[in-house]
Design a protein around this ligand. Sequence first.
Ligand SMILES: [Zn+2]
Length: 377
Amino acid sequence: MQRIGLDAAAQRVLDCAPWPLFLCAAEAVGAAVPQPQFMSLKPLFSSPSSSAAPLRELLVADIGGSHIRIARHLGGSRCELLQQTATPAKDWSAFCEAMHAAVAPHAGPRSGLSIAIAGVVSPASGEVQASNLPALRGHALAQELSARLGLPVQAHNDADCAALAEARLGVGAGHEVVFGAVLGTGVGGGLVVRGQLVRGAGGLCGEWGHGPILRETTLLNGQGQPVTLARWACGCGQSGCLDTVGGARGLERLHLALNGGAPRNSLQLLIDWQGGEPAACATVAAWIDLISGPLALVVNLTGASVVPVCGGLSRCAALITALDAAVRQQILRRSDEDSLTADQALLRPSVLNDQAGLIGAALAFEPEAMQAKEAQP
Ligand SMILES: [Zn+2]
């Protein structure tokens, strides 16, 4: 375990340690972190109006299909990584055991736990739907873990958490409407208005990756005869969803469909694209062609003035720059009178990176809701 301050973080960059960097990039290099102008932060650890004992520390967890990360929130965009362990994705009992083993050694009598999870959390029942985490299906994650761990627990969609973190403390700071897009293994997103997360009916707001909207044709390198695409089945039960081509796995699927040959992983594809390799260039051109239109529609619909992009694909700055140019060609807002000028990037890579989910989980935690629940007979 290691607590990371600014100096330690800078040292960690120099050391190139394999352990994940635990501060946003701007903090790590000592740069000023933009402060949000629209947020009205609730107190995280106390509620003067409540008779319940205030929480004194907040643990945060990021639960994905492969790994669980547990951290202590130190305030703002600072966290202390405590534990990382493999996710028992198919066994509920094993999952609970893993969470207990990871959390219990670090939890005190005044601790709370806020979770960012790769799944949809029903605001009504608390039940989780997560295609990569079949063990959790149908379980009221927060309630059941709370009983098991003896702590107040809340659970939130990880894309919502990432969007909230970027809107308040990252590249969206100062913007009134922020749509956070996740281009990771698949596609996700979250909407934040004036610093507040919009969860929407069923907790589904921001899920721009699902719905049968994928065009059935695209052009190789923007020219020649249209190429017909399959209507790939999606994990949500529909076919033709953006999620089937939009993330890293989708990029790889698209490459195989357009070019055949041996499978190529997304990282290699993006390296080859930047090197000018023709097949990779055709794939990325088609990917941008298919993704940019729906994302432009999202921008029109939400009125977002910035779109922080999180997830693995966001680490390829050239890809986000190319996607940004295509999206800005298709949005309605082009007037010089708008705040968004022709040369101002709308899509911007995350600055919180891997920590956006953990930081967002901390920001999404609502101690008042927890204490109100405890006060009920
Ligand atoms: Zn879908």
